[in-house]
Design a protein around this ligand. Sequence first.
Ligand SMILES: O=C(NCc1cccc(CNc2ccc3[nH]ncc3c2)c1)c1cc(-c2ccc(F)cc2)cc(O)c1O
Ligand SMILES: [Mg+2]
Length: 214
Amino acid sequence: TQSTRPQRLLGAVQKKATRGNPRSVIQTIDQFCRQREWAMNVGDEKGCILDSVVTETNPTTVLELGTYCGYSTVRIASLLPPQARLITLEFNPDFARIARQVITWAGVQDKVELVEGASGDLIPKMKAQFGVNTFDLVFLDHWKDRYLPDTKLMEECGLLKKGSILLADNVICPGTPDYLEYVRNSPRYQSQYFKSHLEYTKVEDGLEKSVFLG
Ligand SMILES: O=C(NCc1cccc(CNc2ccc3[nH]ncc3c2)c1)c1cc(-c2ccc(F)cc2)cc(O)c1O
Ligand SMILES: [Mg+2]
């Protein structure tokens, strides 16, 4: 039977990346996506912006919406201090299965909890079921029409505190117009656009960083 793109991406990681070395896993996936097959990882260019936001936030509790193959999960987890935790939500079971193996190959599994399910169902359970108080950083990279409803849901569930950071991928391509309008016009957020390119292409895209003001 035919393999899927995530399966081929995992194969490249297991063949070429050094086990236990997150940077090697990231480099292997970027090389695979540039030389073999495009895939919707945040990529190396936007990934550097993600890295700088993670390091300057120095978060203890991170939420990622949309794991896919675990590329940004590994990028974030590899920068977290020892006690910090990353919860990543993935709706697609095939993606989740691949991501678990990529995360383990990179050796960051102890910092990561991958939960299968939809953000809309899981966000309301974060406090009771996952022992979360608030998130210091949220990376939004799932269905683009879920960015806004999920942000409002996180506000309603008291999961954001003064200073919490939302970092959203793809605000230009594919685009998240309703989310952008909200975070850029709401008095509850201070937003900043980081211009970049769609992963592995010359097409414009960017990340929007929004600080929750409480
Ligand atoms: O659409 C995108 N990513 C989201 C996505 C997409 C498919 C499946 C899932 C299933 N995972 C999922 C769903 C719902 C969920 N709820 N809670 C968790 C959760 C998890 C997620 C995307 C597209 C492009 C892109 C494509 C084509 C093109 F030409 C230009 C650009 C580039 C990106 O960087 C992208 O991130
Ligand atoms: Mg994306």
